[in-house]
Design a protein around this ligand. Structure first.
Ligand SMILES: NC(=O)c1ccc[n+]([C@@H]2O[C@H](COP(=O)([O-])OP(=O)(O)OC[C@H]3O[C@@H](n4cnc5c(N)ncnc54)[C@H](O)[C@@H]3O)[C@@H](O)[C@H]2O)c1
Length: 351
């Protein structure tokens, strides 16, 4: 297949491009390279990859590349609540308006499958102690999730039998990819403990599902050929029901690897996002099974740090928000990584 991947240089995008090329597909990668292009350098001479440095909002730059493609995998976005809060208008323009345009261009080009990267954080705070599934109400509690929910709705309203849509609600990602991120729970906590730092955990009791970055890429791959039957669009949570964790459970998995590491818990009674997700649908309909679990992701990140393979873990390329200036006070939930980056920058200046 010829597959156009937007956000190709991102954390999930670069893993997805690797997987699609490895499976014999032709890939057109599109990315504005907000976080640099390091992640695709090792693939630059691949004969079935063409990369286009472009903004997904730019019709002239993007539209021609859709001609003759079989599928679009739309990953490009402003990703995460803190990054989206930084410039709400830009966030809406990229995450919603550009997605609507891209979809219209895909329909116009006769593309058969449009895959959209959505998020389980659309569920917000679940009611009761059970699990949410694809039919549960969506309660977006951030601009990020609002834009994702809005475009999901758009896709369900505008998909056709000619251009069918698969919406993938990803779990929170972890693990190594050509663009590893250290601003996501499992990777951040493991990195900090592996570096001998004390972890400060806010709200250890709240639930979320987690999925390895390469398993998400496998779900995208499965979505390319999944037979929707009579539907024009369908939605799948991506992950595994056994991979729902509280922050405390994640810390315990890390402490199994680093016994005696220093952790302090800061009580926090309210988190607007607290959800346990059921993943039966993707397992039963697509036959999707994860190949890695959180403890394996912990091991993977621990080794990256212990082997010294990443020279500067505080480098901006690993984060979706810039470090705060010294007089700027980040929101409470953003303080962890931001403060550490600030400290690291300070250390470098001093030395
Ligand atoms: N990481 C997660 O835990 C997670 C969870 C659920 C859903 N998702 C979704 O998966 C997708 C990929 O996330 P990620 O973690 O790889 O994020 P990422 O920030 O690493 O990648 C996003 C990529 O999109 C590109 N991009 C941003 N704006 C662009 C624009 N205007 N034009 C072209 N390219 C642009 C960036 O340069 C970046 O390479 C996103 O849609 C995200 O919302 C991620």
């Amino acid at each position: 297949m010829k597959v156009v991947v937007t956000g190709a240089a991102g954390y999930i995008g670069a893993s997805t491009v690797e997987l699609l090329l490895g499976d014999g597909h032709q890939v057109i990668g599109i990315d504005s390279l907000m976080h640099g292009g390091q992640s695709l350098i090792h693939l630059a001479d691949h004969e079935r990859l063409h990369f286009v440095k472009a903004d997904v909002r730019d019709a002239d730059a993007v539209r021609p590349w859709l001609q003759g493609a079989d599928a679009v995998v739309h990953l490009a976005a402003i990703v995460g609540d803190p990054a989206c809060r930084m410039d709400p208008d830009h966030t809406r323009a990229v995450n919603y308006d550009a997605s609507v345009n891209l979809h219209a261009w895909a329909v116009e080009a006769g593309i058969q499958r449009f895959i959209f990267a959505s998020t389980c954080s659309n569920y917000g705070k679940m009611e009761g102690d059970g699990f949410v599934n694809e039919d549960s109400p969506l309660r977006p509690v951030s601009l990020y999730a609002e834009t994702k929910v809005a475009f999901e709705k758009y896709l369900f309203a505008h998909s056709t039998t000619e251009t069918t849509a698969v919406v993938l609600r990803f779990s929170t990602v972890y693990g190594h990819s050509p663009r590893t991120r250290f601003d996501l729970t499992v990777n951040e906590f493991t990195k900090d403990i592996a570096m001998g730092r004390t972890l400060e955990i806010f709200g250890e009791q709240f639930w979320r599902p987690y999925c390895h970055v390469r398993d998400l890429a496998r779900a995208v791959h499965a979505g390319l050929t999944y037979d929707l039957g009579s539907l024009t669009a369908d939605v799948f949570n991506v992950g595994d029901t056994s991979e729902n964790y509280t922050k405390k459970m994640i810390v315990e998995a890390i402490l199994d690897r680093f016994p005696g590491a220093s952790v302090s818990y800061v009580p926090k009674n309210e988190d607007p996002r607290d959800y346990r997700v059921n993943f039966d649908k993707i397992r039963d309909l697509m036959g999707f099974r994860i190949t890695r679990t959180v403890p394996q992701g912990v091991e993977e990140i621990a080794r990256l740090i212990e082997f010294g393979l990443i020279e500067d873990t505080e480098d901006q390329q690993f984060y979706n928000i810039p470090p705060p200036s010294y007089d700027e006070k980040p929101a409470r939930e953003d303080r962890g990584p931001a403060r550490r980056v600030a400290r690291a920058r300070q250390r470098r200046r001093v030395s």
